[in-house]
Write a protein that binds this ligand. Structure first.
Ligand code: 2BA
Length: 112
């Protein structure tokens, strides 16, 4: 038996938990706070058999790992664009997500 701790951004939690549940993983969500930046994050606790660990880590990486995303932003006034209708949003490549995963041995497990 192994215990996975996965610390991730709050925005990625719902999809990650849904996908883990679909594959029959048991998940507990903890509201946590980063000790350095003091931002809120979420830690998922997943108890599972050793052979199921790679499957869970794969889902976590896909749903909460670092990835590219395109965000749209308004052009700045400094661009000199003062004509109505010419304010098309500007696409910006951004890196989003990112998670920290620990896998620990479980010495004893039972439901009482
Ligand atoms: P990350 O390394 O991506 O870590 C994001 C969050 O994951 C951390 O939030 C913390 O809640 C958790 N975490 C990461 N590694 C951990 C570990 N070995 N043990 C326990 N929890 C862990 P924060 O502590 O607020 O850190 C936010 C970001 O600030 C980190 O991003 C890292 O880029 C930087 N950072 C954290 N501690 C640092 C330090 N002592 N010196 C320099 N930079 C640090």
């Amino acid at each position: 038996m192994k215990m996975i701790f996965a610390i991730m951004h709050s925005e990625d939690v719902d999809e990650t938990v849904d996908e883990l549940n679909k594959k029959n993983y048991w998940v507990t969500k903890l509201s946590t706070t980063g000790g350095f930046l003091k931002n809120k994050n979420v830690t998922l606790v997943i108890g599972t058999e050793e052979e199921n660990v790679p499957g869970a880590v794969k889902i976590i990486k896909e749903c909460a790992g670092k990835r590219k995303s395109i965000k749209y932003t308004m052009p700045s006034m400094s661009s000199g664009n003062i004509y109505p209708g010419a304010n098309n949003m500007i696409p910006i490549d951004m890196e989003v997500g990112g998670c920290t995963v620990f896998v620990l041995d479980v010495e004893h497990y039972e439901k009482c």
